[in-house]
Design a binder for this molecule. Structure first.
Ligand code: ADP
Ligand code: MG
Length: 252
């Protein structure tokens, strides 16, 4: 059984077709890196997997639960809102621009979802938040506000906040793209630690070195399709497709 499965998904924004039949299977503990040029549909794919966007056709399953599937006319039909909400809770999402709540302290950012969504008691939520802050190396910053932190620190808080919901799958959408180069390392390090703890991860990234070192599988997307996929070494060092090599020569 796959922890996450997408079958032949299509997504349009009005008349613009963005995903043209994308299929993806993720096994528990697997780390998948998605690379590809800007506008190729990487973010849209992640947002569809996370139900932040709805697909037009295809199927999405999370931990064996079917969330969306085609009806007899080949149009995707979603299960109940409750089931979608439940599925979404199994997935943590980290965005390029951190998306922390600006007027809340680091601690408040971390305990908000567990207390509101999971009805966890405040003391318990704070205790688990402290462990997570230690894990991302920010124990000293619990009472600071996002604007008092560097971009790398904010992104590490965002990762801790996603982990506070105890997700089974973590999705990252270019988590280091908004950071100054000297700050990307600290974020990639936290992500690498997560991978070593067998977290299932789907990571959209331009960090080819990270993909090569950490990802089990690399997917190259172009123009709304998966052009090539395989083991990290294969795709990154010996791409079969011309388009993959052309892309890699630009980002490497
Ligand atoms: P990537 O993450 O690979 O850069 P995106 O998934 O963000 O690509 O975008 C793929 C295409 O979909 C782009 O042409 C983009 O302009 C378009 N797109 C993305 N989101 C929306 C939206 N909410 N409404 C309309 N078009 C969108
Ligand atoms: Mg994107």
């Amino acid at each position: 059984m796959y922890i996450l499965q997408a079958i032949n998904i299509h997504k349009n924004f009005g008349s613009l077709g963005v995903l043209h039949g994308v299929s993806l299977q993720v096994q528990k503990g697997e780390v998948i890196a998605i690379i590809g040029p800007s506008g190729s549909g990487k973010s849209t794919l992640l947002r569809c997997l996370n139900h932040l966007e709805r697909i037009d056709s295809g199927q999405i399953e999370i931990e064996g639960e079917t969330i969306a599937q085609n009806n007899s006319e080949g149009k995707a039909v979603y299960s109940s809102e409750a089931k979608i909400a439940q599925a979404r809770r199994k997935m943590g999402m980290v965005f390029q621009n951190f998306n922390l709540f600006p007027h809340k302290s680091v601690m408040q950012n971390l305990i908000m979802a567990p207390t509101l969504v999971k009805n966890m008691g405040k003391a318990e939520a704070e205790e688990s938040a402290r462990l997570l802050l230690a894990k991302v190396g920010l124990s000293q910053k619990a009472d600071n506000y996002p604007f008092e932190l560097s971009g790398g620190q904010q992104q590490r808080v965002a990762i801790a906040r996603a982990l506070a919901m105890n997700p089974d799958i973590m999705c990252f959408d270019e988590p280091t793209s908004a950071l100054d180069p000297e700050l990307t390392g600290e974020v990639l390090m936290v992500m690498k630690d997560l991978a070593l703890e067998d977290m299932t991860m789907v990571v959209v990234t331009h960090e080819i070195g990270f993909a090569r070192e950490v990802a089990d599988r690399v997917i190259f997307m172009d123009e709304g399709v998966i052009m090539e996929e395989g083991q990290a070494e294969e795709v990154l060092l010996n791409p079969r497709q011309e388009r993959t090599s052309a892309f890699l020569s630009k980002v490497l």
